[in-house]
Design a protein around this ligand. Structure first.
Ligand SMILES: N[C@@H]1[C@@H](O)[C@H](O)[C@@H](COP(=O)(O)O)O[C@@H]1O
Length: 237
Protein backbone atom coordinates (compact mmCIF):
# COMPACT_ATOMS: atom_id res chain seq x y z
CA UNK A 1 0.00 0.00 0.00
CA UNK A 2 1.28 3.44 -0.85
CA UNK A 3 0.28 6.08 1.67
CA UNK A 4 0.13 9.72 0.55
CA UNK A 5 -0.50 12.16 3.38
CA UNK A 6 -1.79 15.63 2.56
CA UNK A 7 -2.27 18.58 4.91
CA UNK A 8 -6.04 18.97 4.55
CA UNK A 9 -9.17 18.08 2.59
CA UNK A 10 -8.46 20.48 -0.29
CA UNK A 11 -4.91 19.19 -0.71
CA UNK A 12 -6.18 15.60 -0.60
CA UNK A 13 -8.81 16.36 -3.25
CA UNK A 14 -6.31 18.08 -5.52
CA UNK A 15 -3.77 15.28 -5.14
CA UNK A 16 -6.45 12.67 -5.87
CA UNK A 17 -7.61 14.57 -8.97
CA UNK A 18 -4.04 14.79 -10.29
CA UNK A 19 -3.50 11.13 -9.56
CA UNK A 20 -6.66 10.14 -11.45
CA UNK A 21 -5.86 12.58 -14.28
CA UNK A 22 -2.51 10.87 -14.77
CA UNK A 23 -4.27 7.52 -15.18
CA UNK A 24 -6.75 8.97 -17.69
CA UNK A 25 -3.91 10.56 -19.65
CA UNK A 26 -2.12 7.22 -19.80
CA UNK A 27 -5.27 5.43 -20.90
CA UNK A 28 -8.17 7.63 -22.09
CA UNK A 29 -10.39 4.52 -22.45
CA UNK A 30 -9.95 3.73 -18.76
CA UNK A 31 -12.65 1.72 -17.00
CA UNK A 32 -13.12 3.75 -13.86
CA UNK A 33 -14.96 2.67 -10.70
CA UNK A 34 -16.49 5.62 -8.85
CA UNK A 35 -17.57 6.26 -5.25
CA UNK A 36 -20.12 8.63 -3.75
CA UNK A 37 -20.26 10.14 -0.25
CA UNK A 38 -18.86 13.47 0.90
CA UNK A 39 -15.19 12.53 0.60
CA UNK A 40 -14.78 12.49 -3.21
CA UNK A 41 -16.73 15.71 -3.89
CA UNK A 42 -13.58 17.86 -3.84
CA UNK A 43 -11.74 15.46 -6.15
CA UNK A 44 -14.65 15.56 -8.61
CA UNK A 45 -14.55 19.36 -8.53
CA UNK A 46 -10.81 19.44 -9.36
CA UNK A 47 -11.22 16.84 -12.09
CA UNK A 48 -13.93 18.94 -13.72
CA UNK A 49 -11.61 21.93 -13.57
CA UNK A 50 -8.94 19.91 -15.42
CA UNK A 51 -11.54 18.98 -18.05
CA UNK A 52 -12.62 22.62 -18.43
CA UNK A 53 -9.01 23.69 -18.83
CA UNK A 54 -8.69 21.14 -21.63
CA UNK A 55 -5.99 19.16 -19.80
CA UNK A 56 -7.87 15.86 -19.67
CA UNK A 57 -10.94 14.32 -21.28
CA UNK A 58 -13.33 11.63 -20.11
CA UNK A 59 -14.89 11.30 -23.56
CA UNK A 60 -13.55 7.76 -23.96
CA UNK A 61 -13.73 6.74 -20.30
CA UNK A 62 -16.26 4.20 -19.09
CA UNK A 63 -17.47 4.45 -15.49
CA UNK A 64 -19.12 2.08 -13.03
CA UNK A 65 -20.48 3.36 -9.76
CA UNK A 66 -19.96 1.26 -6.69
CA UNK A 67 -23.47 1.30 -5.33
CA UNK A 68 -27.02 2.65 -5.25
CA UNK A 69 -29.83 2.68 -2.70
CA UNK A 70 -32.61 0.14 -3.17
CA UNK A 71 -35.92 1.92 -3.72
CA UNK A 72 -34.53 5.21 -5.01
CA UNK A 73 -34.87 5.86 -8.74
CA UNK A 74 -32.30 7.88 -10.69
CA UNK A 75 -34.41 11.05 -10.36
CA UNK A 76 -34.72 10.84 -6.60
CA UNK A 77 -32.74 13.75 -5.10
CA UNK A 78 -30.90 11.47 -2.67
CA UNK A 79 -30.10 8.72 -5.15
CA UNK A 80 -26.45 8.18 -6.00
CA UNK A 81 -27.38 8.63 -9.66
CA UNK A 82 -28.54 12.16 -8.86
CA UNK A 83 -25.39 12.80 -6.81
CA UNK A 84 -23.26 11.71 -9.77
CA UNK A 85 -25.22 13.91 -12.19
CA UNK A 86 -24.71 16.89 -9.89
CA UNK A 87 -21.04 16.30 -9.08
CA UNK A 88 -19.42 14.63 -12.02
CA UNK A 89 -21.06 12.82 -14.93
CA UNK A 90 -22.38 15.81 -16.84
CA UNK A 91 -19.58 18.35 -16.36
CA UNK A 92 -16.91 15.68 -16.82
CA UNK A 93 -18.22 15.16 -20.35
CA UNK A 94 -18.81 11.42 -20.08
CA UNK A 95 -20.81 9.85 -22.86
CA UNK A 96 -24.19 8.61 -21.52
CA UNK A 97 -23.58 5.15 -22.97
CA UNK A 98 -20.35 4.91 -20.93
CA UNK A 99 -22.01 5.62 -17.58
CA UNK A 100 -23.09 2.73 -15.38
CA UNK A 101 -24.76 2.58 -11.97
CA UNK A 102 -26.95 -0.13 -10.44
CA UNK A 103 -30.67 0.51 -10.84
CA UNK A 104 -32.13 0.67 -7.33
CA UNK A 105 -35.69 0.34 -8.59
CA UNK A 106 -35.18 -2.60 -10.94
CA UNK A 107 -38.19 -4.95 -10.69
CA UNK A 108 -35.88 -7.93 -10.22
CA UNK A 109 -32.94 -6.89 -8.07
CA UNK A 110 -31.09 -10.21 -8.34
CA UNK A 111 -31.25 -9.94 -12.12
CA UNK A 112 -30.05 -6.33 -11.92
CA UNK A 113 -27.01 -7.48 -9.92
CA UNK A 114 -26.21 -10.12 -12.55
CA UNK A 115 -26.66 -7.57 -15.35
CA UNK A 116 -24.27 -5.17 -13.61
CA UNK A 117 -21.57 -7.80 -13.14
CA UNK A 118 -21.93 -8.88 -16.78
CA UNK A 119 -21.54 -5.26 -17.90
CA UNK A 120 -18.35 -4.86 -15.84
CA UNK A 121 -17.01 -8.06 -17.31
CA UNK A 122 -17.90 -6.98 -20.86
CA UNK A 123 -15.96 -3.76 -20.27
CA UNK A 124 -12.91 -5.86 -19.39
CA UNK A 125 -13.05 -5.31 -15.62
CA UNK A 126 -12.19 -2.17 -13.70
CA UNK A 127 -8.82 -0.51 -14.33
CA UNK A 128 -8.98 1.97 -11.48
CA UNK A 129 -11.41 1.73 -8.59
CA UNK A 130 -11.72 4.82 -6.41
CA UNK A 131 -13.08 4.14 -2.93
CA UNK A 132 -14.20 6.03 0.13
CA UNK A 133 -14.23 4.50 3.60
CA UNK A 134 -17.35 4.07 5.72
CA UNK A 135 -17.10 4.85 9.44
CA UNK A 136 -17.51 1.14 10.17
CA UNK A 137 -14.89 0.13 7.60
CA UNK A 138 -17.23 -0.57 4.71
CA UNK A 139 -16.17 -0.08 1.11
CA UNK A 140 -18.93 0.46 -1.41
CA UNK A 141 -21.73 -0.83 0.80
CA UNK A 142 -19.92 -4.03 1.78
CA UNK A 143 -20.80 -3.92 5.45
CA UNK A 144 -18.95 -5.63 8.33
CA UNK A 145 -20.18 -9.20 8.44
CA UNK A 146 -19.00 -12.78 8.94
CA UNK A 147 -18.95 -13.33 5.23
CA UNK A 148 -18.46 -10.93 2.36
CA UNK A 149 -20.17 -11.31 -1.00
CA UNK A 150 -17.89 -11.50 -4.01
CA UNK A 151 -20.15 -10.05 -6.72
CA UNK A 152 -22.76 -7.32 -6.97
CA UNK A 153 -25.52 -7.99 -4.46
CA UNK A 154 -28.30 -6.50 -2.38
CA UNK A 155 -27.17 -5.68 1.14
CA UNK A 156 -29.02 -4.83 4.35
CA UNK A 157 -27.40 -1.68 5.67
CA UNK A 158 -26.25 -1.75 9.29
CA UNK A 159 -27.91 0.58 11.84
CA UNK A 160 -24.61 2.52 11.98
CA UNK A 161 -24.59 3.13 8.22
CA UNK A 162 -28.30 4.03 8.18
CA UNK A 163 -27.54 6.58 10.90
CA UNK A 164 -24.54 7.95 8.99
CA UNK A 165 -26.63 8.25 5.81
CA UNK A 166 -29.44 10.04 7.65
CA UNK A 167 -27.60 13.37 7.30
CA UNK A 168 -28.70 13.45 3.64
CA UNK A 169 -32.40 12.77 4.31
CA UNK A 170 -35.06 14.96 5.95
CA UNK A 171 -36.23 12.17 8.25
CA UNK A 172 -34.84 8.89 9.56
CA UNK A 173 -37.83 7.00 8.09
CA UNK A 174 -36.81 8.01 4.58
CA UNK A 175 -33.28 6.58 4.81
CA UNK A 176 -33.05 3.43 2.67
CA UNK A 177 -32.43 0.19 4.57
CA UNK A 178 -30.91 -1.66 1.62
CA UNK A 179 -28.52 -0.98 -1.22
CA UNK A 180 -27.07 -2.68 -4.27
CA UNK A 181 -23.30 -2.75 -4.10
CA UNK A 182 -20.42 -4.13 -6.09
CA UNK A 183 -18.95 -7.04 -4.17
CA UNK A 184 -15.54 -7.34 -2.61
CA UNK A 185 -14.38 -9.63 -5.43
CA UNK A 186 -15.12 -7.06 -8.11
CA UNK A 187 -13.38 -4.36 -6.11
CA UNK A 188 -10.35 -6.58 -5.49
CA UNK A 189 -10.13 -7.48 -9.17
CA UNK A 190 -9.64 -3.83 -10.11
CA UNK A 191 -6.13 -3.39 -11.45
CA UNK A 192 -5.51 -0.35 -9.26
CA UNK A 193 -7.31 0.99 -6.22
CA UNK A 194 -7.30 4.54 -4.88
CA UNK A 195 -8.71 4.96 -1.37
CA UNK A 196 -9.63 8.46 -0.21
CA UNK A 197 -10.11 9.12 3.47
CA UNK A 198 -10.62 12.44 5.20
CA UNK A 199 -11.34 13.64 8.71
CA UNK A 200 -10.14 12.62 12.15
CA UNK A 201 -13.36 10.72 12.88
CA UNK A 202 -12.02 8.07 10.48
CA UNK A 203 -8.59 7.79 12.10
CA UNK A 204 -9.32 4.66 14.13
CA UNK A 205 -11.05 2.80 11.32
CA UNK A 206 -8.32 3.76 8.84
CA UNK A 207 -5.69 2.48 11.25
CA UNK A 208 -7.58 -0.82 11.56
CA UNK A 209 -7.95 -1.08 7.79
CA UNK A 210 -4.26 -0.46 7.14
CA UNK A 211 -2.54 -2.07 10.13
CA UNK A 212 -5.19 -4.33 11.65
CA UNK A 213 -5.91 -7.97 10.98
CA UNK A 214 -7.47 -8.74 7.63
CA UNK A 215 -11.04 -9.44 8.66
CA UNK A 216 -14.53 -9.36 7.17
CA UNK A 217 -15.48 -7.31 10.22
CA UNK A 218 -13.41 -4.47 8.75
CA UNK A 219 -14.13 -4.92 5.03
CA UNK A 220 -11.52 -2.32 3.99
CA UNK A 221 -8.78 -4.42 5.64
CA UNK A 222 -9.10 -6.81 2.67
CA UNK A 223 -7.37 -4.11 0.63
CA UNK A 224 -4.12 -5.13 2.37
CA UNK A 225 -4.19 -8.18 0.08
CA UNK A 226 -4.33 -6.10 -3.11
CA UNK A 227 -1.05 -5.44 -4.86
CA UNK A 228 -1.72 -1.88 -6.07
CA UNK A 229 -3.49 0.29 -3.52
CA UNK A 230 -2.79 3.98 -2.99
CA UNK A 231 -4.31 5.80 -0.05
CA UNK A 232 -4.57 9.58 -0.25
CA UNK A 233 -5.62 11.04 3.06
CA UNK A 234 -5.38 14.00 5.40
CA UNK A 235 -5.17 11.63 8.37
CA UNK A 236 -1.85 10.83 10.03
CA UNK A 237 -1.99 7.31 11.42
N1 LIG B 1 -21.73 3.87 0.02
C1 LIG B 1 -20.97 5.00 0.41
C2 LIG B 1 -19.53 4.65 0.40
O1 LIG B 1 -19.13 4.33 -0.92
C3 LIG B 1 -18.73 5.81 0.97
O2 LIG B 1 -17.36 5.56 0.84
C4 LIG B 1 -19.11 6.01 2.41
C5 LIG B 1 -18.33 7.09 3.11
O3 LIG B 1 -18.95 8.32 2.91
P1 LIG B 1 -18.34 9.72 3.26
O4 LIG B 1 -17.31 9.99 2.25
O5 LIG B 1 -19.51 10.67 3.16
O6 LIG B 1 -17.81 9.61 4.65
O7 LIG B 1 -20.48 6.34 2.44
C6 LIG B 1 -21.42 5.57 1.75
O8 LIG B 1 -21.80 4.60 2.63
Amino acid sequence: MEYIYTSDYQAMSQMAARWVAREVLRNPALVLGLPTGETPIGMYRYLIRLVEEGLISFAETCTFNLDEYVGLGPDHPQSYAMYMKAHFWIKAGLKPENINIPNGIAPDLAEECRRYDAKIEQAGGIDLQILGLGLNGHIGFNEPSHNLAIRTHVVDLTPETIKANARFFSSMDLVPRQAITMGIGTIMQARKILLLVSGDNKKEILRKAVYGEVSTIVPASILQLHRDVTIITDIKI
